[in-house]
Design a protein around this ligand. Structure first.
Ligand code: AMP
Length: 416
């Protein structure tokens, strides 16, 4: 088995790996680090939870350390889709770079520009950024990438899903051309539009891949069939009767997330929410409170949850089934991080059955079904008005295009 010492990384990086408690490289690290250390372009198919962040940070930081160039400004750029992921990758980079003297700046929207401007002007070797805010800095001349030698596109599929391709192209225009930089691209899925992007930004990339979209075996996955109107009651029942210490709950819409938190609080459960309508301060406070155990439940939407890396999440609970099967894998990957164990529970209504089929096809196995007595399909509460077929189709149709997906995530409203 390959060890971290086999990579011959600079001593401060080896120390950092030890300090962070990484005993062995994960499969994506074993595959990606050697060619990346040779300066080759890499296209990596790996989801979060596989150790992909260190897979691109370690060889890149090593290269920055061995290149004694006098100009240290913005030599490496990591583009990520969300502010949460920017903070998480920035944090990872700072931890790994702690004893190296390399500086890291993190740049994302939703907060003031000044602190970020100061960090960029002071000179940062590594810039971790979301594309929109980075463009603001480029337009104000506070970010300049003429000395850039390494570009990383992290969660590339999600960046394109979120409509960042035009912004990414604008950023690429101010970077040295692909022949004069190393480009590392990571994506959880490899649809044709990602392969087209790699052709646009890379030169003969080495392909590395860890078992595509298969959730870690350590996650115990269960389906709970439940009529829609009993979902909250079932959640409260499970919270009362099971040892669920730290639960990340996914809803399909922001409105649904707010509603659920309200009901949980009314029932005396300490809960917070994180979604696109919350301010950056509110998101950080919710995440920090969850991380420190002040909240037992954190309710999130898919996009906001991107980049949530909290150790010790005991359960991921899909209150609403995901809109696309790949999101199921992203969601449940939040528990059982690295090598811990965890549980994933998915509430399903009859309309979710086609999605269950897609998920089972994607992960290559059948999911176990549990019936919580009193909450399963057999129960008809007086208030339960049976939705029409048209209503069910509107609510639960699997989105086929990005705009349908956005529209569904935004609760049927058009994005402005
Ligand atoms: P990532 O896929 O980069 O989001 O990493 C998921 C989690 O795994 C993070 O909490 C990392 O700190 C952790 N991790 C990364 N590499 C290793 C490793 N070699 N051994 C143990 N944990 C790791």
């Amino acid at each position: 088995m390959i060890q971290f010492c086999d990579f011959n990384l600079a001593a401060p990086l080896q120390d950092a790996v030890r300090r962070m408690g990484f005993e062995h490289p994960t499969p994506i690290q074993t595959q990606a680090i050697p060619p990346a250390l040779q300066g080759l372009d890499i296209v990596g198919c790996a989801q979060t939870g596989t150790g992909k962040t260190a897979a691109f940070l370690l060889p890149s930081l090593n290269a920055l350390l061995s290149n004694k160039s006098k100009n240290k400004n913005s030599r490496m750029l990591v583009l990520v889709p969300t502010r949460e992921l920017a903070l998480q990758v920035g944090d990872h980079a700072k931890q790994l770079a702690r004893q190296t003297g390399l500086k890291v700046a993190v740049v994302y929207g939703g907060v003031g520009m000044q602190d970020q401007e100061r960090a960029l002007r002071a000179g940062a070797d590594v810039v971790v950024a979301t594309p929109g805010r980075l463009l603001d800095h480029i337009n104000r001349n506070t970010a300049c990438f003429e000395h850039l030698s390494i570009l990383v596109l992290d969660e590339a599929d999600r960046m394109l899903d979120m409509g960042f391709l035009p912004d990414i192209r604008r950023v690429l225009r101010v970077l040295p051309p692909s022949a004069r930089r190393q480009t590392l691209l990571f994506s959880a899925t490899m649809p044709p539009y990602i392969l087209a992007l790699t052709r646009e930004v890379q030169r003969n990339p080495v392909k590395v891949e860890v078992a595509v979209a298969r959730p870690p075996e350590a996650i115990d996955q269960k389906l709970y069939p439940v009529p829609k109107h009993l979902k909250v009651n079932l959640l409260l029942h499970l919270l009362n009767h099971h040892k669920m210490t730290s639960v990340l709950v996914f809803t399909r819409t922001k409105h649904g997330a707010d509603n659920l938190v309200k009901k949980l609080k009314q029932a005396g459960v300490k809960a917070a929410t994180i979604h696109g309508n919350r301010t950056q301060g509110q998101r950080v406070a919710a995440l920090e409170g969850f991380r420190q155990g002040h909240y037992r439940v954190l309710v999130a939407t898919d996009i906001a949850a991107r980049g949530i890396d909290v150790e010790g999440i005991s359960h991921v609970l899909n209150f609403d089934a995901p809109g696309v099967a790949e999101d199921y894998v992203h969601r449940i990957g939040r528990t059982a991080r690295a090598e811990a164990s965890g549980d994933a529970i998915t509430f399903i209504t009859p309309a979710d059955e086609p999605m269950v089929q897609s998920i089972q096809r994607l992960i290559g196995r059948k999911l176990e079904r549990c019936n919580a007595p009193g909450f399963d399909y057999g129960v008809e509460a007086p208030s339960y008005a049976k939705p029409s077929v048209a209503e069910l189709q509107r609510q639960y149709a699997t989105p086929r295009t990005t705009s349908q997906r956005w529209s569904q995530m935004l609760g049927g409203r058009r994005r402005r």
